[in-house]
Structures are given as C-alpha cells and as structure tokens.
Design a protein. Structure first.
Length: 227
C-alpha cells in the first residue's frame, strides 16, 4: 500500500496513564463474579485486550452476552473513575509538530467509544485526530492487526512511512502485524517483553531522543532530535 506518512497512537497507557484505573475497575468487577486477579495477571493477559476476548478467557462460566455485559459494566466503572487526565510527556509537542507539517494522526484503541470520547475530552484532544479507529467496532480487535490496517486505510497512509505507539503487548503485536514500526511507550509492560513482541524500541515517553529520531527517519517529520 502506498500513501502518506502517519502517526498512530494507542489511547490508554499511551496518550495518558490510566492503567491503574482500568485495573481497579476490572478487579472490582471480576471479584463480584468470583474471579480474582492481580496486577501481574492483568498486565500479562488483560491489558490492551479486546473485551470479547477477555470475557471468553476470564468469564467462561457466563454465556457470551452476559460476559460482554459484565465487561460493559467494568467500562462504566472505569469512566466513573476518570477525572482530570495528564498527557504523556512530549505528546503535546509531537502532535503540534505533526499538525504543523500536515502529518496525519489517528487513535487506534480497543476502548469503547464512550471511553475514548471521555478520555480525549479530558485530555483536551477532542477533534485533534483525523481518525479514531476502535477495535470494539470492528470484527476483530487487537492483538489482531485489523484495527491498524483500518486506520491506515482511513488515513490513506503507508505503513512503511508510519509509526505506531503502544503500551501493551497485544497492541504491539497488532501494530507490528500491520507492518508498522512500533514504539513501546510507558511502563505498562516490561521493556524486554515489549521488544520480544516486536517493538522497534522502548521509550518512557514522547521526549525520548531515540523515539524522535525514529519518527523523523520514518515519516520525514522535522523534530530537531539529536543525531
């Protein structure tokens, strides 16, 4: 596929730190179903996953529709926990540089639309992205590459000239599967696990010099990153 360069961002844990809110909501919801989880289980098997897959794995005693209803309740509990959110360090500057040079940007997430809209509003980013592609609204969510492929198609973008940013292992596998150079950001997963899942590099946030160099090299965006 040929097309323009783009930047594709996961939402939770990538644009802002929300993993603690999701974990609390999941732990509370699952406890009512007699299912106990800890952070290690959450990070390895739930973080970044599609709700249908999570329900199938952790709530197999429930019919599919009931499992999905439990996950919808979990998302509602998460939304009630959302207050002010802080953008990841360096994100504002990266988005400003992309906007100045007309670089297409999209959010690619497994979050329900209500979550995505609430979070982007709390971050002051409503209307900032050219596309919001949600695995929840597609036949398959992450770790399947479909959400990223759909985002590339929507933007008219070329995977070979684009970069994805992800905090979860399932998200990294999805982006890599779509042919994207992928950066593991944040601290949701161990750096070695991110690299093993296919991350080109791992960065704490969007101020990382190696991240900026990769973006410049891949997309042609001028960021003033040190050589």
């Amino acid at each position: 596929m040929s097309g323009r360069p783009s930047l594709l961002f996961d939402l939770d844990g990538t644009l802002t730190e929300t993993d603690h809110l999701h974990f609390a909501a999941t732990e509370e919801t699952f406890a009512e179903q007699g299912v106990a989880i800890d952070w290690e289980i959450y990070a390895a098997r739930i973080l970044g996953g599609a709700n249908a897959n999570i329900a199938a794995e952790f709530l197999p005693h429930l019919p599919r529709d009931e499992g999905l209803a439990v996950m919808a309740d979990k998302e509602a509990r998460f939304r009630r926990r959302v207050g002010e959110l802080t953008r990841a360090a360096g994100l504002t500057e990266l988005l400003a540089a992309a906007e100045a040079e007309g670089l297409a940007c999209a959010v690619v997430s497994n979050a329900p639309r209500a979550n995505a809209e609430l979070m982007l509003s709390a971050l002051g980013l409503s209307g900032r992205f050219a596309a919001i592609v949600l695995g929840d609204e597609l036949p398959r969510g992450k770790p399947d590459p479909l959400p990223y492929r759909a985002a590339l198609e929507t933007l008219g973008a070329d995977a070979a000239r684009s970069v994805a940013f992800e905090d979860s292992l399932s998200g990294i596998r999805a982006a890599v599967g779509a042919g994207l150079a992928t950066v593991g950001v944040g601290q949701s997963a161990a750096p070695d696990a991110m690299r093993a899942s296919g991350a080109r590099l791992v960065a704490r946030d969007f101020t990382d010099a190696a991240l900026l160099r990769l973006v410049s090299a891949r997309t042609g965006l001028s960021l003033g990153a040190e050589a």
